[in-house]
Ligand binder design. Structure first.
Ligand SMILES: CC(C)(COP(=O)(O)OP(=O)(O)OC[C@H]1O[C@@H](n2cnc3c(N)ncnc32)[C@H](O)[C@@H]1OP(=O)(O)O)[C@@H](O)C(=O)NCCC(=O)NCCS
Length: 330
């Protein structure tokens, strides 16, 4: 069974209420219909009910039985506005701003999750990553003890000799543009946790990647990765982690034997940590496009799960992302 099927099974075992702020978006409506029909989640669509129903009819999505909440007509709106004001007034948000934000489906949905009235949120078929991330970071905030939100990609590769039977976790490919050593260490620890809890990888083996292996090259950006590895060791002493490693030393046993023969990770890494967002974002797309891997993104470190879609996502991608969000909420 592939990772997506496993995650769908887990979602079905403990059904969660997931809010979809882009309630009249055609792929979202088709995904909501599938999620409800297959009992994978209890989706909540946000927006004006008549517009949502008209859009569902046009998209051929049967959304009978799916909950719709119109922020403009909701009895919860005033409370959300009051709480938004309390949460953000120190940042210059006025009562009038808060009242306006509570009408915005993205903020309305984030408040539902914040207050435990939904278990998670999925958005991004229309909005940009930043549009969805900013309110989540501002309002839901990080889990206790976590300093920054980041992301992991679940990469399912056709070559089953890689990672854990073809499954690897890549981080961070979405959020932290230029993490410092401490932030990079946090990303490594969080990605290992995602590998364990979401992917069912029993033994995460984490490689902090660079263009250098164990001091073969010298540069400030290499030093950053070495420092991150040292910090991650202190943060999670039991985690199997090593760096800095080149990509081939991390995943190819023959290269590992030549370049890093004493490493506990080299040659068999299943969690790959990129030094910054440019490397991470390019790296996952290379593997996806050239290596024909399937790629699924999740955010990690938020106090409650919220996940972003690519604007080019398919209906199936939305269903999978909702299921991953539901599993994170379990
Ligand atoms: C994440 C991101 C949206 C933050 O946006 P921003 O405009 O820089 O936001 P700010 O720096 O004003 O931060 C907004 C809030 O989020 C918090 N924040 C920002 N990054 C954070 C992180 N990684 N973890 C936790 N909180 C974070 C800030 O502390 C701030 O909180 P506050 O308002 O309560 O003080 C931005 O880093 C970003 O655009 N990242 C890249 C996303 C992207 O385009 N990816 C493309 C790949 S698909």
């Amino acid at each position: 069974m592939g990772i997506v099927e496993r995650i769908r099974e887990k979602a079905r075992a403990d059904v969660k209420r997931i809010v979809l702020p882009e309630g009249d978006e055609p792929r979202t409506l088709q995904a909501a219909a599938i999620l409800g029909r297959e009992n994978l989640a209890r989706p909540v669509l946000l927006g004006a009910a008549d517009r949502i129903r008209a859009a569902a009819t046009a998209a051929g999505a049967d959304i009978g039985g799916i909950e719709i909440i119109d922020p403009a007509a909701s009895p919860r709106r005033a409370d959300y506005a009051a709480r938004l004001y309390e949460l953000r007034r120190a940042k210059g948000v006025t009562e009038a701003d808060a009242a306006r934000l509570a009408l915005d489906p993205m903020y309305f949905g984030i408040m539902m999750v914040k207050l435990g009235e939904a278990d998670g949120l999925v958005s991004g078929a229309v909005h940009s990553t930043g549009d969805m991330l900013r309110p989540a970071l501002q309002i839901i905030k990080t889990k206790p003890g976590i300093s920054a939100v980041s992301s992991s990609f679940l990469m399912e590769c056709p070559d089953r000799s890689l990672g854990d039977d073809g499954l690897l976790v890549f981080a961070d490919c979405v959020v932290m543009v230029c993490p410092d050593a401490e932030q990079l260490a946090g990303i490594a620890v969080a990605a290992a946790e995602t590998a364990r809890t979401l992917c069912g990888i029993q033994e995460p083996r984490v490689a902090l990647l660079s263009f250098s292996t164990k001091g073969s090259a010298k540069a400030d950006v290499v030093t950053k990765v070495q420092e991150a590895a040292a910090i991650a060791h202190r943060l999670a002493p039991d985690l199997i982690l090593d760096g800095e490693l080149q990509l081939d030393a991390a995943i190819v046993p023959e290269v590992a034997a030549l370049k890093a023969k004493d490493s506990p990770v080299a040659g068999r890494a299943n969690v790959l940590i990129f030094p910054d967002l440019q490397a991470g974002n390019i790296g996952y797309k290379l593997v996806q496009r050239f290596g024909k891997a399937k790629a699924f993104a999740v955010l990690q470190g938020l106090a409650k799960p919220c996940n972003d879609l690519s604007r080019g996502c398919s209906v199936d991608d939305i269903v999978s992302t909702v299921c991953m969000t539901a599993v994170q909420a379990q």
